[in-house]
Design a protein. Structure first.
Length: 82
C-alpha cells in the first residue's frame, strides 16, 4: 500500500513539472510569434516643395522646414525663391 502511495505522489510531481514546463514553453513561443508579427512602422512621406513627388522623410533633403527629393531640386527652388 505504501508503495502505491509513493508511486502516485511521484506521478503527481512529474505531472506538475511537465505542466509547468509545457506552459512556460508555450508562453515564450507565443511572445516570440507576437514580436515577429508586428510590422515595422511605415516611414513618414513628405512632398517635394519643387516637383511635388512624395518621398520617404528619411530619404529626402530638408532645408528651412521644406522637403526636397534631391539636392538639385533644393538648389533650384531656393534660387527661384530669391
Amino acid at each position: 500500500m505504501a508503495t502505491l502511495l509513493r508511486l502516485l505522489i511521484i506521478a503527481g510531481i512529474i505531472w506538475l513539472v511537465y505542466s509547468f514546463v509545457k506552459r512556460a514553453l508555450n508562453n515564450s513561443s507565443q511572445q516570440l510569434k507576437e514580436q515577429q508579427q508586428t510590422p515595422p512602422p511605415a516611414p513618414m512621406m513628405q512632398q517635394c516643395a519643387h516637383c511635388g513627388v512624395h518621398i520617404a522623410e528619411g530619404e529626402s533633403t530638408q532645408t528651412q522646414g521644406l522637403f526636397f527629393c534631391s539636392e538639385a531640386h533644393r538648389d533650384t527652388y531656393l534660387q527661384h525663391k530669391k
